[in-house]
Design a protein around this ligand. Structure first.
Ligand code: SIN
Ligand code: FE2
Length: 229
């Protein structure tokens, strides 16, 4: 069984019999949490195109936390609900506060890969209604946090990395639990749910030399959630 990120795996989602025919490239990173290396590699260019289409309607912006801190990752959203923060708090909103319009629909190619990744991690029937898009430039990071603004805690979180590599931190139920460190590369997908649904996680600052041929010194992250029960 090989977990080397440099290995180009057969896309798991195109082979229903994969688990009979080839070793699964899924690596447990915690109870209920899986790293699917290269799972989105074949679709990556299309996913990046879809991100640009969403961003043409709902521009990337740096949101402010309730504590008054401007987030270093720029964000947009698509789907029925988008994740927003301002001085009044963190929440999901049906409208983009920048335009007062509905968020762009979730592009089918995004939804499909998220559903397939969830299933590959053992979470069948994932029905995301929100996709947060994070854009990291040099030095941008995401401090350790829990994804807990969703009503539905039974559904997993599906997180797709595109572009420059970054260090992903995955801890435990307490903020002080030691967080393990995983290098996430273009096309990697992390899925967590069940016992690890509320585990603390974040990303280290995007390195000065981090880059990818398709995005330059930029990393994108797509995080799919089911918010409403
Ligand atoms: C997040 O937790 O919202 C983003 C994590 C990541 O960028 O990988
Ligand atoms: Fe998160």
């Amino acid at each position: 069984m090989s977990f080397h990120s440099s290995t180009r795996h057969r896309p798991m989602h195109s082979t229903p019999d994969l688990f009979d025919s080839a070793p699964a490239a899924r690596e447990a990173i915690a109870d209920g949490a899986w790293l699917l290396r290269g799972f989105a590699l074949d679709q990556a260019k299309l996913l990046l195109d879809a991100i640009q289409q969403v961003a043409a309607q709902a521009a990337f912006r740096h949101q402010v936390t309730p504590g008054g801190h401007t987030m270093s990752a720029a964000m947009s959203s698509c789907g029925q609900l988008g994740w927003v923060t301002d001085r009044f708090g963190y929440r999901y909103s049906e409208q983009d506060p920048l335009t007062q319009q509905c968020w762009p629909a979730m592009p089918p190619i995004l939804r499909q890969i998220a559903v397939e990744a969830a299933a590959a991690a053992g979470y069948e029937g994932f029905e995301p209604d929100a996709c947060l898009i994070n854009r990291y430039e040099t030095g941008a990071k995401m401090g350790l946090h829990q994804d807990k603004d969703e009503d539905d805690m039974d559904a997993p979180i599906v997180s797709i990395s595109l572009g420059a590599p970054i260090r992903f931190l995955f801890g435990g139920l307490a903020r002080t639990d030691k967080a393990a460190d995983w290098k996430l590369e273009h096309g990697d997908v992390v899925v967590w749910g069940g016992p690890s649904r509320l585990f603390f996680h974040g990303v280290a600052p995007l390195g000065k030399r981090a880059e990818h041929p398709l995005t330059g010194p930029v990393r994108y992250n797509l995080t799919f959630r089911k918010v409403r029960v």
